[in-house]
Write a protein that binds this ligand. Structure first.
Ligand SMILES: Cc1cc2nc3c(=O)[nH]c(=O)nc-3n(C[C@H](O)[C@H](O)[C@H](O)COP(=O)(O)OP(=O)(O)OC[C@H]3O[C@@H](n4cnc5c(N)ncnc54)[C@H](O)[C@@H]3O)c2cc1C
Length: 492
């Protein structure tokens, strides 16, 4: 690989190595562009990373990703040059849901099976159940069609848009209607509504304001399957970095960008503590707040842009407890011997209503040695609860851990007895790690007016500055951020 000096001009400089930035970088590097990634952290990937404690490897984020079969997302992974480098693990069950009065084991990529189970539980709602699956599938297909055409030539896409009301009618209508309205139209029973929205919990929006479009990816899991990536989500980041380097680019860790250089309303480069780098185009994988509040604070348009984004609602944050156990899961509860994702719903607690359990080591042996296991417990959280002085924060962490273990007692008895290592990542941790305000994991809230076609745009008003991350079009998550990267690469 040719070494570049800072005085040489890069074609593209990418601020932050989240999946949005890395995927844009990989596509552009494969097209012959000279790419530089600057990451403030000691490792690349943003949320798509893992960490090691003793013999256990914990995935910071990934539970499931999808769309790797006949979808346009698969095309994008191929365009990034990583599709063949990743091994996708498909568990037999998409998830198991434990409710206070019922249980549901949902076969992976088998919507028919789920329909049957739900009709058995809610026979009066048969028509509505069919309608819900028909609508979600149809809207998903329309989005796929729109996405693929948008990526084709401009004239073809312009013609497509003229006929959009006929070609993608459901997508256009559902884009402006809250999920709650669509749910009410299909299902009367609240328990059925919750079951239909099980995967929506990932996004944390209350359904009465949530937009349908960001859920399309998740809903695809029911039809095409949800997958984990062998050796963890960080493997996606590592593969993308590999493509960038193989094609002459560089990714530098411990390189926090402190300033974006602007001349005549055009971005021309960036500064780290140590040096300046010049580039023709700049892509921000870091949040727009970091860009306008910190890196462009001397640019006179920043105030206007900040006013705009400050009016927007920031999306959900999550907390995750990472646990290494000195026994196999079957020692604690035989029922979970081969489980991967288990949703424990409607716990009778003021705050912890739903918990997601992920037994990564059950499906990926690289997570723990034999006879041992990992368990990640995830739940939607609220940043403000944790915005405390250091001592109180630590105390709260200890107290809440205890509470979580108590809640889990019914399902994993004596869990505490087997714990070898435990780490608690709160919204503060998520914020500290990525710089995303309020620890947002999917960028701006995916609510009506901020999601789908109304999502934060990938292009800044400043010439040559772009955004590719969970904050931007189309949405958050692994797939959303990678699609954003593709979109920006295409624009460039
Ligand atoms: C607990 C948890 C569970 C999740 N589960 C799933 C899941 O199952 N499926 C799924 O699809 N998604 C999941 N997600 C969400 C998904 O991981 C994210 O939406 C996605 O990875 C965000 O990518 P991004 O491109 O926005 O970048 P981010 O991951 O936000 O990374 C931004 C990067 O920019 C860097 N940066 C910031 N400022 C600077 C600067 N000044 N200079 C240099 N670098 C800078 C940061 O260090 C960071 O590396 C989960 C997230 C969490 C936290």
């Amino acid at each position: 690989m040719k070494e570049l000096t800072s005085m040489e001009k890069y074609d593209v400089i990418i601020i932050g190595s989240g999946l949005g930035g890395l995927s844009a970088g990989a596509i552009l590097a494969r097209k012959g562009k000279k790419v530089l990634i600057l990451e403030k952290h000691y490792q690349i990937g943003g949320f798509a990373t893992s960490f090691q404690r003793k013999e256990f490897k914990f995935d910071i984020a990934l539970h499931q990703t999808g769309g790797i079969n006949k979808t346009f997302y698969k095309d994008i992974l191929q365009k990034c040059g990583i599709y063949d480098k990743l091994e996708f693990i498909r568990h037999k069950y998409l998830y198991e849901a434990i409710n206070p009065d019922s249980e549901l084991k949902v076969k992976n990529g088998n919507a028919e099976d789920l329909k049957k189970q739900l009709i058995k539980q809610f026979p009066k709602e048969k028509l509505g159940i069919y309608l819900w699956f028909f609508l979600t599938r149809k809207i998903g297909r329309e989005f796929y069609w729109w996405d693929k055409t948008a990526a084709s030539n401009k004239i073809f896409f312009a013609i497509f848009l003229c006929f959009a009301p006929f070609l993608i009618p459901l997508l256009m209508v559902s884009h402006k209607i809250s999920l709650q309205k669509i749910l009410n139209f299909c299902a009367k029973n609240k328990k059925l509504q919750s079951a239909l929205m099980q995967l929506g919990g990932y996004y944390g929006n209350s359904v009465d304001i949530a937009c349908q479009i960001p859920f399309i990816g998740n809903y695809g899991y029911y039809f095409d399957g949800g997958y984990y990536i062998k050796n963890g989500g960080q493997n996606v980041a590592v593969a993308l970095k590999g493509v960038i380097e193989k094609n002459g680019g560089q990714a530098l860790n411990n390189s926090e960008v402190k300033k974006i250089l602007v001349k005549n309303e055009t971005v021309i480069g960036v500064e780290t503590k140590k040096q300046s780098y010049y580039g023709k185009k700049i892509i921000a994988s870091a949040s727009p707040f970091i860009i306008y509040e910190q890196l462009l604070k001397d640019w006179n348009g920043s105030k206007r842009e900040l006013e705009k984004i400050n009016k927007m609602k920031i999306g959900t944050t999550l907390s995750q407890v990472y646990i290494g156990l000195n026994v196999g899961i079957e020692k604690i509860n035989r029922k979970f011997k081969n489980s991967y994702l288990v949703f424990i719903n409607n716990l009778k607690d003021d705050f912890y209503k739903d918990l997601i359990l992920a037994f990564h080591s059950n499906i990926d042996k690289s997570a723990a040695p034999e006879e041992k296991a990992t368990l990640c417990v995830t739940f939607l959280d609220n940043y403000e609860r944790w915005d405390l002085p250091k001592k109180e924060y630590k105390k709260k962490k200890d107290e809440e851990l205890k509470k979580i273990f108590e809640l889990l007692q019914k399902h994993l008895s004596d869990l505490e007895k087997y714990i070898e290592v435990v780490e608690f990542g709160t919204p503060k941790t998520m914020e500290r790690y990525t710089g995303n305000p309020k620890g947002a994991v999917y960028g701006f809230s995916q609510k009506i007016g901020q999601a789908g076609f109304d999502r934060f745009k990938n292009k800044s008003p400043l010439k040559n500055l772009y955004f590719a991350s969970a904050w931007t079009f189309p949405c958050g998550g692994f797939e959303g951020a990678i699609r954003a990267g593709y979109k920006v690469a295409k624009k460039i």
